[in-house]
Write a protein that binds this ligand. Sequence first.
Ligand SMILES: Nc1ncnc2c1ncn2[C@@H]1O[C@H](COP(=O)(O)OP(=O)(O)OP(=O)(O)O)[C@@H](O)[C@H]1O
Length: 261
Amino acid sequence: MTFLEIRFIDLVDIFLVAYLMFRLYKLIKGTVALNIFIGIFSFIVFWLLIKSLKMELSSTILDNFVNVGVLAIIVVFQQEIRRFLLLLGSRYNLHNKFSFERFFEGKSRGAGMMNIYIKPVVQACDYFTRTRTGALIVITKNSELLDFVHTGELLNAVISRRLLETIFFKNNPLHDGAVIINRNKIKAAGCILPVSQNMDIPKRFGLRHRAGMGITESTDAVAIVVSEERGRISFFQNGRGEFNISVEELEKRLEAAGLTR
Ligand SMILES: Nc1ncnc2c1ncn2[C@@H]1O[C@H](COP(=O)(O)OP(=O)(O)OP(=O)(O)O)[C@@H](O)[C@H]1O
């Protein structure tokens, strides 16, 4: 008789759980959800310990907590679960991965490159920094962000520097909210984005920056924010932000993100 028999599938199992825990940790790192997660984890360890010591009374009480625990976790982590599923859906969007359009684009320009005219975007951001015009521009990659597009005004317009400048002009009714660029079109303006709960964002940044970070936490899009107060550019990708970058750096970041032509 062997004491511990480890099959290949057990190793796969352990690896899978470790990977999911790692992804979960990355998703909730820097948010209050991490503290709740640590609390739940400690509770489970404590519960297992009590069970293994066969402490009947404590174990009966804790068993009742655990029985309703799954429901409680769904309620407490409602936002995180939603973000996690959104992330899975947008990262592995089958429609986009196998569309004919992408197939032919891939052949003509090399894999990973998106059909986005970044020059007018960069030029408009340059103008925004000089004139201290607040702006929030989201550029989609695989996921088209239709849920968010529909919260604003549908434009479907060719990307142009002057159009972007007009949209974010202070007296324009569309200047509030985000512009979403999808492929080579300004898809919509005045869009409402999810606001990040990340506590790592410096306090001086407000909702515009949090919205820029928020959309990149749950999708594969990138976001550019120009601050109205300071005229500084920030760039967000995968839920991480780089603050106060130059126009040249912005162009490089967009190219590195595969958004070039
Ligand atoms: N959830 C959101 N989705 C899209 N846009 C938003 C959202 N929340 C705020 N905004 C935009 O941000 C503007 C307010 O920005 P706020 O002053 O809080 O941002 P900030 O990060 O401090 O940037 P700034 O330096 O430009 O003031 C709003 O007028 C609106 O246009």
